[in-house]
Ligand binder design. Structure first.
Ligand code: PLP
Length: 384
């Protein structure tokens, strides 16, 4: 029963239950607080191992990681980059920071990720082969990359996208911000097909460094270039620089927190999967509610869980508020955002319908069973 004396159940909060404080103290005691320090390499090794091997270059955020990855793959001024309209705005901002333009595509209903069939059909109809890959016929712009987004930690249909990337000669970079631990057809992140994949360790992600990100991949030369560009493209020990680089490195302080988080990754990831399963099980039979997609090709990282609500949204919101349960809608598509309203796009039927129905429910990896039961009871009061 709701006694009225419950504390608020938060939507998602970090769980700093391991060596975080100890490692931070070590940074202070050793004076390694900036981008040089032992925790950076240790954190990168832990991420690479978790992502399936290859190389990892940590960055100051997911957004700067995306900017750097797109730059390293060759995205530049006046290019087009294919991206789903249903994403966090950072994906599109990183494209804009390269001087390029996002070309917004709809998502597929079974995964809420880039609709590969639509990408193939549109590239076939609207582009031609140029000297440096596909060129959009109407605008004369080069299509410089395809940037699938692993929505909520669910990988896109990568075999199809990889085939399209090969056929049209357009490189594939993944916004895998929330997908650490996910697999696609049992293949881990660095072997899903993207040349580079970008992670975020923002405070609300499953693994956090406070703020941070990483670029991972299996092409050692390309990752070497990424590392070079992340650190001002410095060519030697003196102030010699051979390119327009960035200052996008992660600090040793952030990496210290990240390493402590990675030591408990299995626990954090398992908690997220359990939260998702428990919600799915509780809500799958309710009318007017459906569960988030779970395509057969993916082991979903389940960053945030929730439901799709077809009716009674207002009642649900007031019931959850009364029960002191934090909820939130999710991404609003990019073609509805002020900076990207004019961006070129396909039709957006699926994204237009999905985003208005998504309700994120409490999903912290530290969410207590009793608290999740309280959330479930509140939702059931509205829909049962
Ligand atoms: C979290 C997230 C980002 C942004 O990462 P920051 O570290 O906050 O810059 C980018 N893309 C997606 C899909 C995300 O979920």
């Amino acid at each position: 029963m709701d006694t009225g004396f419950h504390r608020t159940i938060s939507l998602v909060e970090p769980r700093l239950a391991g060596n975080e404080a100890r490692y931070l103290q070590e940074c202070v005691e050793t004076n390694f607080v900036s981008s040089v320090g032992p925790f950076v390499a240790r954190f990168e090794a832990a991420i690479a191992e978790c992502a399936g091997g290859g190389e990892c270059v940590s960055t100051s955020s997911g957004t700067t990681g995306l900017h750097l990855a797109l730059t390293a793959i060759g995205v530049g001024r006046d290019d087009l980059v294919i991206v789903p309209t249903y994403t966090f705005i950072a994906s599109c901002n990183a494209i804009s920071h390269c001087g390029a333009t996002p070309w917004l595509f709809d998502i597929s209903p079974e995964s809420w990720t880039l609709d590969a069939g639509l990408v193939r059909a549109t590239l076939a109809a609207e582009t031609e082969r140029g000297p440096h890959g596909a060129v959009h016929k109407a605008s004369g712009r080069r299509v410089a990359a395809i940037l699938p987004v692993y929505t909520l930690g669910c990988p896109a249909h990568m075999d199809e996208l990889e085939e399209i990337a090969r056929e049209f000669d357009v490189p594939l970079v993944a916004d895998a911000a929330a997908a650490l631990g996910a697999t696609y057809k049992r293949r881990p992140l660095t072997r899903m097909g993207a040349k580079l994949s970008v992670l975020s360790f923002n405070g609300n992600k499953t693994v956090t460094t406070g703020g941070g990100g990483a670029i991972i991949g299996s092409d050692a030369r390309l990752l070497g270039r990424v590392r070079h560009l992340a650190a001002t493209a410095r060519a030697g020990r003196e102030y010699d620089h051979d390119d327009v680089g960035f200052n996008y490195r992660l600090s040793n302080l952030s990496a210290a927190v990240g390493l402590a988080q990675m030591e408990r990754f299995a626990e954090l990831a398992t908690a997220k999967q359990r939260i998702r399963r428990t919600y799915d099980h509780a809500f799958c039979d309710l009318s007017d509610v459906s569960c988030f997609p779970a395509p057969a090709w993916a082991q979903h990282a389940c960053w945030l869980s929730g439901i799709l609500v077809r009716a009674r949204m207002d009642r649900l919101m007031s019931e959850l508020e009364r029960a002191k349960i934090e909820t939130r809608p999710f991404w609003k598509p990019m073609h509805l955002q002020a900076p990207y309203r004019g961006a070129p796009r396909t039709e957006t039927k699926v994204a237009d319908s999905v985003w208005q129905q998504v309700v994120i429910l409490p999903s912290s990896s530290g969410l207590h069973e009793d608290d999740q039961a309280r959330v479930i009871a509140a939702v059931q009061r509205v829909f049962a």
